[in-house]
Write a protein that binds this ligand. Structure first.
Ligand code: SF4
Length: 276
């Protein structure tokens, strides 16, 4: 099947420091994304929009009630009216370049990845061309992206695996995509959704925050939020739900200063700290 998505080409004492180093090295080993599926979010519950643990445990706040099905439907109807065909912001040409872009986007911004991949994809838009380019030249193209050495190694290795095991094509199953070097659950969800039109929910930092803050789907891990969102969002909205939630988190429900005054779902949002 052709790609479903039109590219837009388309602080600290010694002990905490040691702990921080340990977290960084763990992330460097696993570049499946800033929010690997079962990894707990390091930011405070307040920033993520979750109420304090005691308040959650007591259940004393009426505002923490789950959304009703009618409310969920209303929210996504509004997202759809506002933006019927939402577009992701990672530039790509085909499922392979989408896969590479998502692998490169771990702990990096879409804008930063796009800046590097415009030139890269002009010369290497297939696994064979990427292998022909080689790891050293690939590093030159992506050296502005964090952890580029590891990412270059992964991109070459995944290109090799695509050729040797999948006929040079991006596979269509979650397990096969997750078997590729540098790819994890989030990568698989993005590729399955954007390239193959599947109703998957990739949870990045924005979706994680919006899910918890609004009360749509609370959870301590991206996987918990992913499964929660999949449970409550009606199938008719699932194809685009991932993008609506990312865009909502990126441009409206901002981490530090959410723009509640212009929020489409203000009346539905359960966050006790929202402003009118
Ligand atoms: S009202 Fe909107 S912007 Fe404000 S916290 Fe809720 S979802 Fe986010």
């Amino acid at each position: 099947m052709a790609c479903q998505y039109t590219p837009t080409m388309a602080k600290i004492t010694r002990k905490p420091l040691l702990k921080a180093k340990s977290v960084v090295s763990k992330r460097a080993r696993n570049l499946s994304g800033p929010l690997a599926a079962t990894q707990k979010i390091g930011k405070s519950a307040a920033k993520a929009g979750r109420p304090p643990r005691q308040a959650r445990a007591s259940g004393r706040s009426k505002a923490l009630r789950p959304w009703t099905p009618a409310e969920v439907r209303e929210a996504f109807s509004r997202f759809r009216r506002d933006n019927p065909e939402p577009r992701g912001e990672l530039e790509h040409l085909n499922p392979f370049t989408l896969l590479v872009a998502v692998v490169l986007s771990a702990q990096a911004t879409d804008a930063g990845v796009n800046k590097a991949t415009r030139a890269l994809f002009a010369v290497a838009d297939t696994p064979a061309k990427m292998l022909a380019l080689g790891e050293e030249k690939l590093r030159d193209y992506i050296k502005t992206i964090g952890l580029y050495r590891t990412k270059a190694r992964n991109v070459i290795a995944l290109s090799q695996k695509l050729i040797s095991e999948f006929g040079g094509e991006v596979p269509r199953s979650r397990a096969e995509i997750e078997s590729l070097p540098g790819a994890g659950r989030k990568t698989a969800n993005v590729v399955l959704n954007m390239a193959f039109g599947e109703h998957t929910m990739a949870v990045d930092t924005h979706v994680f925050r919006v899910g918890n803050r609004t009360g749509l789907a609370r959870g301590d891990t991206p996987l918990a939020v992913e499964l929660g969102l999949e449970r409550v969002i009606p199938p008719e909205f699932m194809l685009h739900a991932h993008h609506w939630l990312i865009l909502h988190g990126r441009y409206t429900c901002l981490a530090r200063k959410p723009r509640c005054e212009v929020c489409l779902i203000n009346d539905l949002c359960q966050w006790p700290e929202k402003t009118a």
